[in-house]
Design a protein around this ligand. Structure first.
Ligand code: NDP
Length: 336
């Protein structure tokens, strides 16, 4: 059994000392447990926060503890009712080959799920994040302009595609021409702006001739600063993440943007609302999401792209790639 534990807390981007690969015996389930073998490990930006010892919505991973993460796993042995060998499940076993579980917070995916790894993406946490954040906080109306960055990733791609289905003008922001082409051609956004372009802010303004009504905040940084002057009166900003800042070791250089941010919120009467997908919405919203998304995928109205990396050993480098935008689609590690 291989597993990655948190060896030390990173200062800035995680490096080769942050995680340690350990080899242990495959554990044996007791009479109230089952043994799970990881098939797919999800890599997600929130994991960077779990490496810090900071006050947040979840407790940090302890030094020496297995790095946290959602997985799709196969049941190998089970002493639990409702779970049998050969079943596939969604579980929180983290970065390791094998894990014991008492069934708490484990969802069965049945014996032969069609796309098992999708439970980590479009049909799981990131897809639900996009759906609930956009529709319940962003509340887009037909004809409005919706802007979202990280537009080829699982959250951003889904936000934009749902906004398009709701009749909005959708402008994505992504890193590089290949991602931007995918966002407009395959995902059907009306425009996609490359944030690496020198005249990024001017291009964004040109793509939003009627201003911005919903800015779904995924990245912070220069994208946020380019969006601020374009926000319309009574616009909405669901605050989902700010991945461009997750590796900050201290405050960034440059001007203090606090006054621009707060005065825009005030003058433009912007509704800014943060949310954490695990506990910000009632269960009924999850049920709505699951029903709608299953239909949209079946109809071909929503597309989904994964970036699959082979082997557990590749996870630390793949995680850094994710934070730096070197992923193209939902980052998933195929473990077994
Ligand atoms: P992605 O797979 O989209 O990966 C992150 C992407 O962010 C990168 O691919 C990159 O895309 C972009 N990015 C990184 N650095 C920068 C930068 N400096 N400027 C602009 N873009 C950058 O991630 P997810 O879809 O999984 O997550 C998107 C956001 O949603 C994250 O902030 C995440 O933390 C948040 N989130 C929040 C949840 C909640 O409950 N609030 C739940 C799930 C996710 P590109 O190359 O295109 O710029």
């Amino acid at each position: 059994n291989r597993r990655f534990v948190l060896a030390e807390r990173p200062n800035g981007a995680p490096d080769e000392n942050t995680l340690r690969l350990e080899k242990t015996k495959v554990p044996q389930p007791d009479e109230a447990q089952m043994l799970l073998r990881t098939e797919y490990l999800s890599l997600d930006p929130y994991m960077r926060g779990r490496m810090n010892d900071a006050k947040s919505y979840a407790t940090p991973v302890g030094i020496g503890e297995v790095m946290t993460g959602q997985v799709v796993a196969e049941v190998v042995e089970s002493n639990l009712d409702g779970f049998a060998p050969g079943d596939h499940v969604l579980a929180g076993s983290g970065w390791q080959d094998y894990a014991l579980s008492d069934g708490t917070d484990v969802t069965s995916l049945g014996t032969a799920p069609e796309n098992p790894s999708w439970a980590l993406g479009i049909l799981g946490m990131p897809g639900y994040t996009a759906y609930a954040g956009l529709l319940k906080i962003g509340a887009p109306k037909p004809g409005e302009t919706v802007v979202v960055a990280a537009a080829s990733g699982p959250v951003g791609a889904t936000v934009g595609q749902i906004a398009r289905l709701k009749g909005c003008r959708v402008v994505g922001i992504a890193g590089g021409p290949e991602k931007c082409a995918h966002v407009t051609e395959t995902l059907g956004f009306h425009a996609c702006i490359d944030h690496q372009a020198d005249d990024f802010a001017a291009q964004l303004a040109e793509a939003c001739p009627d201003g911005i009504d919903v800015y779904f905040e995924n990245v912070g940084g220069k994208v946020l600063y380019a969006v601020l002057p374009l926000l319309n009166p009574f616009s909405r900003m669901p605050v989902c993440g700010m991945v461009s800042w997750y590796n900050l070791a201290g405050l960034p250089d440059g001007p203090d943007h606090g006054p621009a941010i707060m005065s825009t919120i005030l003058r433009m009467k912007v509704k800014v609302e943060g949310f954490i997908i695990f506990d910000s919405f009632p269960r009924s919203v999850y049920e709505e999401f699951h029903k709608d998304m299953t239909e949209w995928i079946a109809d071909g109205r929503v597309h989904y792209k994964e970036h699959i990396v082979e082997g557990l050993e590749a996870a630390p480098a793949a995680f850094n790639d994710l934070l730096a935008g070197r992923n193209f689609g939902k980052m998933v590690v195929r473990v077994a």
